[in-house]
Design a protein around this ligand. Sequence first.
Ligand SMILES: NC(=O)c1ccc[n+]([C@@H]2O[C@H](COP(=O)([O-])OP(=O)(O)OC[C@H]3O[C@@H](n4cnc5c(N)ncnc54)[C@H](OP(=O)(O)O)[C@@H]3O)[C@@H](O)[C@H]2O)c1
Length: 257
Amino acid sequence: MATLKKNILFIGFGNMAKSLLNNKIKSKFNIYSVNSSNLIKPINVKNNKSQIKFDSVFLLVKPNVFNKEGYSFIKYIDKKTKVISCMAGVKVVTISRKLKTNNVVRIMPNILSLYESSHTCIFSDDKKLTNWTKINITNLFGTSFILDNENDIHKATALFGSGPAFIAKIINSYIKASKKMNLKYSDSNEPILNLFKNVLEHSKKYENLDNFIKKITSKKGTTQEGVNYLEDANIEKIMYNTFIKTYKRSKELSIEK
Ligand SMILES: NC(=O)c1ccc[n+]([C@@H]2O[C@H](COP(=O)([O-])OP(=O)(O)OC[C@H]3O[C@@H](n4cnc5c(N)ncnc54)[C@H](OP(=O)(O)O)[C@@H]3O)[C@@H](O)[C@H]2O)c1
């Protein structure tokens, strides 16, 4: 006999919610969504029942929406419902108080969940719920990691939640700067994109990236000149400050009402 699939409700159906809808989650659960219209819509299931019991409810609204209207989400949960928050900055205690439940876990997936390529960090005070979430939910999005303390979710937001945008920004800057060199190297951006892909793939054979750089760099040579410039401009500090700014913004969101 086929096992009954459990029901999941996505509260908020914007960019993040749509990124979570990969084939794995769709085959494992019946998924419903609700947005600001307050109408529950089935996503991957035919069901016209008016009363649906949700095993898990995902919080996928912006933090300011939750702070203002979160209390109204109580109608979707009962004491057994697992509340899985993807919101940056909003603490477990705030969610628990507003929704009057202790079954709250926070996860920080990213947009690459759609391709099962997110690295998702998880936090809850309830270890059983954390483990359940890792095995049944976040592993569907790619790889997962359980955090020991809630503050680290701010750091996971900076590195992995927002991370894809930072990496895309760096690659895009390389492409835009390459155009200014006025070298006709191709009719597309593909050679530069392949450069990123191939360095990632093949540098592994050199143990680490420092060794890989050494193999290309000769003293007082051309590559050394460029690498020195990047070091003098303190590219590592620029990256670190990018993370710190994101981390601080996530902390601010945790106290904004
Ligand atoms: N985007 C990312 O890469 C990313 C990564 C990690 C975490 N997150 C977190 O995910 C959350 C959502 O981000 P997003 O980028 O998906 O935002 P988004 O695209 O703006 O989507 C927000 C959704 O919330 C809905 N909404 C607004 N008010 C509502 C209400 N009262 N009841 C139910 N739904 C309501 C909106 O519905 P309408 O369309 O009807 O307005 C919309 O579908 C945020 O808390 C963010 O911190 C995002």
